[in-house]
Design a protein around this ligand. Structure first.
Ligand code: ADP
Ligand code: TRP
Length: 321
């Protein structure tokens, strides 16, 4: 069973990325056939500063390795080290209906926000389909917001197989329901593009300030809060604290007597401890960039073995030499 997922280097990774995508992916690497890549071509849709792209790409490589991606178990590479994915996007693009792309939430949302769309944004689901199909992927672990892109990938694969004969493995999504959407500091989905994130790594003081700055309602500490389960800090605490500890805070908030300041303080402490081992490992990796580069180039080499085969298969199927 080949498992594959990608993460776009368009900012600093946050708790949503970690619980929605990274942790499930890292758990799956034990199966031994995991393919994970840094989607630097995708980052071009939102970032046009080359230096920022390099910085985010390296940052994400460090994040994944620090959080437990094991290069002995998983193949880990930079998307642009295998540019053939762009050729496959073309083969797929010629079978991708405009209507399908026009229905993409990612495209419609950006339009609604007044962002001037370009070809890259519009074609994004076709590049994502190429990412997945180029590696004979069976399972794609992603957050809920990527569900539609996976459906599109399946549609495109089925259409190609129908048009040119059996060529691609039709993949399936894997969405961890309980962590389907991690809320951000403002209660909306946590996302780099909403400026409401809690980063995995960063300056302690700044992160403490962010968490202590979460806006809550004006009820006094003593008041019982029957809606304690809806409280943002409780929801986040459930991910970073042991189950019984989070349940205890929830009960105390519900009963009355727990102030929001104390709750936020607890959230910060648990969050900070949760990533403490990874933080140390990340600092070690950052001091050994030669190793990180070697992991990525070895990964590209290993991933290419499959990519080459699949691309030849696809080219043959559609009558290219
Ligand atoms: P962002 O919304 O911050 O730009 P990405 O779109 O780069 O994040 O998402 C990278 C991965 O993390 C995807 O698999 C996505 O589904 C997952 N993800 C992002 N935000 C969340 C969230 N708030 N909750 C759960 N998963 C998320
Ligand atoms: N589009 C995904 C995101 O923004 C990242 C991504 C690119 C991806 N290619 C992929 C995820 C292929 C899974 C499979 O989160």
């Amino acid at each position: 069973m080949r498992i594959l997922t990608g993460i776009t280097p368009s900012g600093t990774l946050h708790l949503g990325n970690y619980f929605g995508a990274m942790r499930p992916a890292i758990e799956l690497q034990a199966g031994g056939d995991a393919f994970y890549f840094i989607a630097d071509y995708h980052s071009m849709i939102s970032i046009t500063d080359p230096e920022a792209r390099r910085r985010y790409t390296l940052g994400i490589a460090l994040d994944w390795l620090a959080c437990g991606l094991d290069p002995a178990k998983a193949v880990f590479w930079r998307q642009s080290d295998i540019p053939e994915v762009c050729e496959l996007m073309w083969l797929l693009g010629t079978l991708t209906p405009m209507g399908l792309l026009e229905r993409a939430h990612s495209y419609k949302d950006k339009l609604a926000k007044g962002i001037a769309p370009n070809f890259g944004l519009f074609a994004y689901p076709a590049l994502m389909a190429a990412d997945i199909l180029l590696f004979d992927t069976n399972i794609v672990p992603v957050g809920k917001d990527q569900k539609q892109h996976l459906e599109m990938t399946r549609d495109i694969a089925i259409k190609f197989n129908h048009t040119y004969g059996e060529t691609f493995v039709v993949p399936e999504e894997r969405i961890a329901e309980e962590v389907a959407v991690i809320p951000g500091l403002d209660g909306q989905k946590m996302s780099k593009s909403y400026g409401n994130t809690i980063e995995l790594f960063g300056d302690e003081k700044a992160l403490r300030k962010k968490i202590m700055g979460i806006v809550m309602d004006s009820r006094t500490p003593a008041e019982p809060k029957p809606d304690a389960d809806k409280n943002l800090a409780i929801q986040l605490l459930k991910h970073v604290a042991p189950k019984d500890v989070a349940a205890d805070y929830e009960n105390r908030l519900r009963a009355g007597g727990l102030g929001y300041g104390d709750l936020k303080k607890a959230l910060f402490e648990h969050y900070w401890n949760y990533f403490s081992a990874a933080r140390t490992r990340r600092a070690e990796l950052a001091a050994d960039l030669g190793y990180v580069e070697k992991v990525l180039s070895d990964g590209a080499h290993r991933a290419r073995a499959t990519a080459d085969q699949v691309l030849v298969r696809a080219r043959k199927a559609c009558g290219l030499r």
